[in-house]
Design a protein around this ligand. Structure first.
Ligand SMILES: [Cu+2]
Length: 272
């Protein structure tokens, strides 16, 4: 490619990249990216960082394909051999491999390794700050939430449906298990589910026979009415009831949370 052609390509690439970056920044502020947890903010900034770097790489490939189609087309369907045939270009290969290598090393260091370290450091630090413990049981097809620190075995709303309620600003540790306490002969006869709270930016598979944990701090008062992303949703196909395996989530003030706990206790006493 002559220098003039390379310049034309570079200008088109720069324009397309600038437009794509602007569009991406618009989409980023969309309500789809509603994030209200400590872990979620780390994950979202990693996603934004990766995307803004991947946009120029993607547009390079896309513009190159279209540019080559237009520039080297044969309108009358007769192939025209190029005057210069180049088998390989050492500098181009070196640059290509070098840039790919450098980008991969950078993405591995930042955000992957750095952000994971931050997440685990937060977890360690806040584990000493009296986290709220929530036992999450996944079964076909229901989420059951119990609060062992308050003696609540199954939190339900006014309609008797499972619900998860959390106080804002307090660290929460979820213990995730897949088992069916209502199964007649084997409570462990259940399948893999996945604990997903879109607004928290977390998702973790729940495996029969294993106990897994998730840790985060909710940082906004919100509920299912604020945004449909504020809910627990199963994210692993687990049978015909899978799409409906969801539960509303409410994040409330500390005062509202203690009232809710008292209400749950009285409901439980009535049930017993
Ligand atoms: Cu499922």
């Amino acid at each position: 490619m002559a220098l003039a052609e390379a310049t034309v390509f570079a200008v088109i690439w720069a324009i397309v990249t600038a437009i794509a970056e602007i569009v991406f920044r618009r989409i980023k502020d969309h309500s789809m990216y509603y994030t209200i947890s400590s872990q979620g903010h780390i994950a979202l900034s990693a996603f934004n960082f990766l995307s803004s770097w991947l946009i120029p790489i993607f547009t390079f490939m896309a513009v190159m394909v279209i540019f080559a189609l237009v520039r080297f087309r044969a309108p009358d369907n007769t192939p025209r051999p190029s005057p210069v045939q180049t088998l390989r270009n050492k500098w181009y290969i070196l640059l290509w491999v070098g840039v790919s290598f450098a980008l991969n090393i950078m993405f591995w260091l930042h955000p992957t390794a750095v952000d994971l370290e931050t997440m685990f450091a937060n977890w360690k630090q806040q584990q000493n700050q009296h986290p709220l413990i929530v036992n999450v049981t996944a079964r076909q097809w229901e989420w059951i939430f119990s609060y062992p620190q308050y003696g609540i075995t199954q939190a339900v709303n006014a309609q008797g449906l499972d619900e998860l309620e959390l106080p804002v600003g307090r660290p929460v540790e979820f213990f995730l298990r897949s088992k069916d306490p209502f199964h007649s002969y084997d409570i462990y006869a259940d399948v893999i589910h996945s604990f997903w709270i879109p607004a928290f930016g977390i998702k973790e598979d729940v495996i029969p026979g294993e106990t897994r944990t998730e840790f985060l701090v909710p940082d906004h008062v919100a509920n299912y009415e604020t945004s449909p992303l504020v809910r627990v949703q199963c994210a692993e196909v687990c049978g015909p009831g899978h799409p409906y395996m969801e539960a509303p989530l409410s994040i409330v003030t500390a005062k509202q949370f203690s009232q809710w706990i008292a209400h749950q206790k009285s409901l439980q006493a009535q049930g017993a």
